[in-house]
Design a protein around this ligand. Structure first.
Ligand code: 13P
Length: 263
């Protein structure tokens, strides 16, 4: 088996929380907390996904204080510009130094009727503008009972990767719907099983190099108390964190998971 050289990615999806003033206080506090703990910033990549209205403020702060967190948006328009009221284009996000964009989160699939085809179009838009899509997939409890643990996520990722070049910079996040915001966390073995299947899809669609390079994250009720158990799994390369990414000490402890397990 190829050596795993993937840099772990701990990503905080703020969802619709923290306005731009709260965002400044949060990012400063997180930075100080990690600095005090002598987090070297090199062994784990940290990415923050604030609401659109915070992106400019957070970008300015990261830049001014040389804070080594990557920035990402929570959604993107599949269009470049024009009469699409309320939409935000990849061109605008790229200008604000966003490196990532979350695409196909289950909350967008459920509340905004985003289909696999819309997700695929958004992935193309992200890549066109030099943004790395964080492609979210995951099954509901009913789907897991009906078709098993991997089928839905595999099918969603297959469509999302349609037409994606093999050298594309992408991230995949497995977020079982039943584990999001519920406290009902998947077991590390359950996460590993689906993340391994997703890496198989990357191999099939983009080749072995892409599969060896691409980070596959787990998301759903990740906390400081359980992060290390996920990170021990060979195909889990990080976490997409919701609620716990809004609490400075908790999120800092998740980022510093290596400290707690002594790896
Ligand atoms: P929670 O960590 O709050 O379960 O949310 C997970 C999530 O949806 C991250 O995108």
């Amino acid at each position: 088996m190829a050596v795993n050289t993937r840099t772990p990615l701990i990503a905080g999806n703020w969802k619709m929380n923290l306005d731009h003033l709260q965002a400044v206080a949060f990012v400063q506090k997180l930075h100080w907390t990690l600095k005090d703990a002598k987090h070297d910033g090199g062994s784990v990549e940290v990415a923050l996904f604030p609401p659109f209205t915070d992106l400019r403020t957070v970008q300015t702060l990261l830049d001014a204080d040389k804070i080594p967190f990557a920035l990402g948006a929570q959604d993107i328009s599949s269009h470049d510009s024009g009469a699409y009221t309320g939409e935000v284009s990849g061109a605008f996000l790229a200008k604000l130094d966003n490196r990532y964009v979350i695409i196909g989160h289950s909350e967008r699939r459920e509340y905004h009727a985003e289909t696999d085809e819309v997700v695929a179009a958004k992935v193309q838009a992200a890549l066109k503008h030099g943004l790395a899509p964080v492609i979210c997939v995951g099954e509901t409890l009913e789907q897991r009972e009906e078709s098993g643990p991997t089928a839905v996520s595999v099918a969603q990722l297959e469509v999302a990767l349609e037409g994606v070049p093999s050298n594309a910079d992408i991230v995949v996040a497995y977020e079982p719907v039943w584990a999001i915001g519920t406290g009902q966390v998947a077991s590390p073995e359950q996460a590993q099983e689906v993340c391994a299947a997703l890496r198989g899809v990357i191999t099939d669609k983009l080749g072995e190099d892409a599969a060896a390079r691409t980070r596959v994250l787990y998301g759903g009720s990740v906390k400081a108390a359980n992060i290390a158990s996920f990170m021990r799994e060979p195909d889990v390369d990080g976490a997409l964190v919701g609620g716990a990414s809004l609490v400075v000490d908790e999120f800092a402890a998740i980022i510093r998971y290596q400290k707690h397990v002594g790896v």
